[in-house]
Design a protein around this ligand. Structure first.
Ligand code: FPP
Length: 246
């Protein structure tokens, strides 16, 4: 780390955990092994995040587009979530992790949905770190879901503003991500937090997700710490605004 760099720990970090398949292929292993190692890595990164003082971690675990993958792989990703919830829930709860689900419930098998809901309910009182699991999630479908709900609630047109739309998103009540990380060298948003990420800082690394360790997370946070966030303002205005919040 550069010695004179003041590390700014982002409050909310979101991660596109990409490259499990290529990680496995590069070792002559089946894709399933990539997902297995990716899952183990998630545990490590969750711990590192809590240790660093990150308060909200949002992970892209299964997108609305991932249903197009071969059925065996889809099944495996469902099974991974089930196993993680069964095996890790006690420890996650003990560590004060609050699990939230963001994404569509439709399409998820009832037994799995029940487990997800039980995990969310059981950990709802925790406050050490919020883990938002984006599962069956797509940014566009989230917005469609919000619009439908706004209409079905009969909200008058003149009451619809950004703050109201925020309240209808799956991330209701949470601040926007400060930093969005994508592993494996891809430079795409892939339908992840497209509303909430409007002013997020992006960080991409060539490293495949199973190899993205605490040191790499630190490099991402160093990069974030060097950014000047202006939110559409001039440099001076953004600086004054920041001063006012301190
Ligand atoms: C992207 O790698 C990864 C995924 C689609 C799934 C991410 C899931 C995990 C890391 C496991 C944790 C999951 C849960 C449900 C808690 P890829 O398969 O697209 O890799 P590739 O682009 O190299 O093929």
């Amino acid at each position: 780390m550069a010695s004179n760099l003041e590390l700014k720990i982002p409050n909310h970090v979101a991660i596109i955990m990409d490259g499990n398949g290529r990680w496995a292929a590069s070792r002559g292993l089946p894709r399933t092994e990539g997902h297995r190692h990716g899952t183990e890595n998630l545990r490590r990164i969750l711990r590192s995040s809590a240790k660093m003082g990150i308060r909200i971690l949002t992970i892209y675990a299964f997108s609305t587009e991932n249903w197009k993958r071969p059925p065996q792989e889809v099944m495996m990703l469902m099974r991974i979530l089930e196993t993680v919830l069964d095996r890790e829930i006690d420890e996650l709860d003990r560590e004060g992790v609050q699990i939230r689900h963001i994404g569509e419930t439709e399409g998820i098998a009832p037994y799995l949905l029940k487990k997800i809901q039980q995990a969310c309910e059981r950990t709802a009182h925790n406050s050490q770190l919020i883990l938002n699991v984006a599962f069956n999630y797509g940014g566009r479908s989230e917005i469609v879901h919000a619009v439908r709900k706004i209409v079905s609630d009969g909200i008058p047109v003149d009451q619809i503003d950004e703050e109201l739309v925020n309240r209808y998103l799956y991330t209701e009540g949470l601040p926007d991500p400060d930093l969005i990380i994508r592993t494996s060298g891809e430079l795409r948003v892939s339908n992840f937090l497209i509303w909430q990420g409007a002013y997020s800082e992006y960080y991409a690394t060539e490293t495949y997700w199973p190899d993205f360790d605490e040191d790499e997370l630190l490099v991402a946070i160093e990069s974030y710490s060097r950014r000047k966030r202006r939110f559409g303002m001039t440099d001076d205005q953004a600086h004054d605004e920041l001063d006012a919040t301190l």
